[in-house]
Design a protein around this ligand. Structure first.
Ligand SMILES: [Zn+2]
Ligand SMILES: [Zn+2]
Ligand SMILES: [Zn+2]
Length: 475
C-alpha cells in the first residue's frame, strides 16, 4: 500500500489562533437514478466578499480512523479575481490544485492511505485577496473515504496499482463515509460578509456510471474538472449526451463546443480503463525496460556520450540532475510532492524516448510514482491542458510540440548516416542477439525504430529490417 497520509512528521510549527466557525456541507453529491451522462443542472452557491488584504482559510480536521484507511479533503472554489493561495497539507504528501482561470471554477484537495490514526495538523487552504474579491465554494469537505471500487482494488493484487496516486481523484472521488469538521477562519475575526445580491452558479453534469452530478466549466470547457473532453480536434461536438446536454430543471438543451465524456474521471479509471487495460504483466514490464535501455544506449552512441556527460561538456561545472531538480522547485511536476534530493528524483524525457529524444535540459522532474504512471506516454496523454502550458514555460518546448511531439530529426539523421554501425555492431551486442518466443531481440528493436523513422520522410527510403537481413547475409 502506498502511504500518502503520514503521521511520521512533526506537526506544523505555527499554533493557530483565531476564531473558528464550523461549516456544514450543504450540497453533498446528489445523484439521479436514470443518468445517461447527458443531463445537467445549475446550482447557486453563496458568494462571499473578501476585501483587499483579507485572508480566508478553510481548516480540515480529519476524523479519527484506522491506519490504512483512505482519508481525503477538498472541494471547488470560484473567485472573480486571482487569489494568493497557500495550501498546507498536514499529513497528506500530494495535492491537487488547479490553476485559477477567469470565469471558471477550480478544484483542490488530496486523498491518501493513512499511516496514522488521527488528524495531522494543519490541513489548511488559505485564500488571500490581492484586491476586493468575491469567492464561492462548492462541496467543501474532509473525512474517511470508502467506495466499492476502492475496496475491490484493495482486495485484488492485480488491481492494487489503481490505488497509487489517489490524490489525482480528489475532490471528485471523496466519497466520505465519516465526515470531518471543516472550519472557516477569516482574519481579524471579521464576520464573513455574504454578497446578498448575486449568488454564483455552478454547472453540474451527470455521470452515466455513478449517476452523480459533478462540476463542469462552461466558459472554458477544456479546463475540465470532473469529466474529460469529448471532441477536441473534431469540435464542435454534436454528439447528443456529450456535446448536447439536457437541463433536468427546465428541460432545455445546452450546446457545448467540445463536450464531455459520459463517465466521470473516477468511473473512467475504475470501470472503463481498468477493464480494458489490465495491468501489464511482469514480462511485458521487463520487455519495456529492455527496449528503453536499448534506445538509451543508441542515443548515447549517436550523441557521443551519456546525457549527464554531454550536459557537463556544454555547461562546465553543472550537473543535469541537480539543475533539473532545482528548475522544478525540488518538487514533482505532476503531484507537487517535495523531492528531498536530486538523487530521489526521476528524470523524465518529457518527449518520448521512442521518438529518440534524449534526456537533456528539457527533462521533467517527477517522483517515482508519477514517473511510473507516465511511462513512455506522450505529455498530452498524461498532463492536463493547464499542466502542458506550465511545462512549456519551464522546459522551453512549445505547447504544439508537447501536444504532438514529432521524432527528433537530429537523432534520426545521425542514425541513418551511421547505419553500418547500427546493423553490424549495435544489433550484434549480446543482449540484442537474444531470442524471445522465436523472435530476435534485434529485430524487435529495429521494428520499433522503423516506426519512428516512418514518421519522417526517411521512412520511405530506409527499411531497417531489410537492410539488416541483406547486410547479415552478405557478411
Ligand atoms: Zn462517475
Ligand atoms: Zn463529441
Ligand atoms: Zn509525483
Amino acid at each position: 500500500m502506498v502511504i500518502e497520509y503520514t503521521g511520521n512528521k512533526l506537526p506544523g510549527k505555527t499554533q493557530f489562533s483565531g476564531r473558528r466557525r464550523t461549516t456544514t456541507r450543504k450540497s453533498g453529491f446528489s445523484s439521479h437514478e436514470n443518468s445517461t451522462g447527458g443531463e445537467y443542472k445549475i446550482e447557486n452557491q453563496d458568494t462571499y466578499i473578501l476585501e483587499k488584504g483579507e485572508c480566508l482559510s478553510l481548516i480540515f480536521n480529519i476524523p479519527d480512523h484506522n491506519p490504512d484507511d483512505l482519508v481525503a479533503f477538498g472541494g471547488w472554489y470560484f473567485s472573480d479575481h486571482f487569489l494568493d493561495i497557500n495550501i498546507e497539507l498536514g499529513g497528506f504528501t500530494k495535492k491537487t490544485l488547479t490553476d485559477w482561470k477567469e470565469g471558471n471554477w477550480a478544484k483542490f484537495g488530496s486523498m491518501g492511505f493513512s499511516s496514522t490514526k488521527e488528524n495531522i495538523p494543519w490541513t489548511r487552504i488559505s485564500f488571500k485577496a490581492l484586491e476586493d474579491t468575491k469567492i464561492s465554494f462548492y462541496d467543501i469537505g474532509c473525512g474517511i473515504v470508502a467506495h466499492k471500487h476502492i475496496d475491490a482494488a484493495k482486495a485484488n493484487p492485480d488491481k492494487k496499482h489503481l490505488l497509487n496516486n489517489m490524490y489525482q481523484f480528489a475532490p471528485e472521488a471523496n466519497f466520505y463515509v465519516t465526515e470531518g469538521e471543516v472550519s472557516i477562519v477569516i482574519n481579524d475575526d471579521r464576520n464573513l460578509e455574504l454578497e446578498s445580491t448575486k449568488p454564483t452558479s455552478i454547472y453540474l453534469k451527470s455521470c452515466n456510471r455513478c449517476a452523480r452530478f459533478l462540476p463542469i466549466n462552461i466558459k472554458d470547457e477544456r479546463y475540465h474538472l470532473s469529466f474529460s473532453s469529448h471532441c477536441v480536434a473534431n469540435a464542435p461536438c454534436t454528439h447528443t449526451g456529450f456535446g448536447k446536454l439536457k437541463n433536468i430543471q427546465d428541460e432545455t438543451y445546452l450546446n457545448l463546443h467540445h463536450g464531455f465524456q459520459l463517465e466521470c474521471r473516477y468511473c473512467k479509471k475504475f470501470e472503463v480503463n481498468a477493464a480494458h487495460n489490465p495491468q501489464r504483466t511482469a514480462d511485458q514490464m521487463k520487455e519495456d525496460g529492455t527496449r528503453r535501455r536499448h534506445f538509451e544506449l543508441l542515443l548515447t552512441h549517436l550523441f557521443k556520450g551519456s546525457p549527464q556527460l554531454n550536459y557537463r561538456k556544454e555547461n562546465p561545472g553543472k550537473e543535469l540532475t541537480t539543475d533539473i531538480w532545482e528548475k522544478f522547485g525540488k518538487k514533482c511536476f505532476k503531484c507537487q510532492a517535495d523531492i528531498p534530493s536530486a538523487r530521489e528524483m526521476n528524470l523524465d524525457h518529457t518527449r518520448p524516448l521512442a521518438l529518440l529524444w534524449p534526456l537533456d535540459k528539457t527533462a521533467t522532474c517527477l517522483c517515482k510514482g508519477c514517473n511510473s504512471q507516465k511511462r513512455d506516454r506522450p505529455p498530452s496523454e498524461y498532463y492536463a491542458e493547464n499542466e502542458i502550458e506550465k511545462l512549456s514555460v519551464i522546459t522551453g518546448i512549445s505547447i504544439e510540440d508537447l501536444n504532438n511531439p514529432g521524432p527528433n530529426l537530429i537523432a534520426v539523421n545521425k542514425l541513418v548516416s551511421d547505419l553500418d554501425w547500427l546493423i553490424l555492431e549495435f544489433c550484434h551486442k549480446p543482449e540484442l542477439a537474444k531470442e524471445r518466443d522465436g523472435k530476435l531481440t534485434a529485430e524487435l528493436f529495429l521494428k520499433a525504430l522503423q516506426k519512428t523513422l516512418n514518421k519522417t520522410e526517411l521512412g520511405q527510403v530506409y527499411d531497417l529490417l531489410k537492410i539488416y537481413n541483406q547486410k547479415n547475409a552478405a557478411k
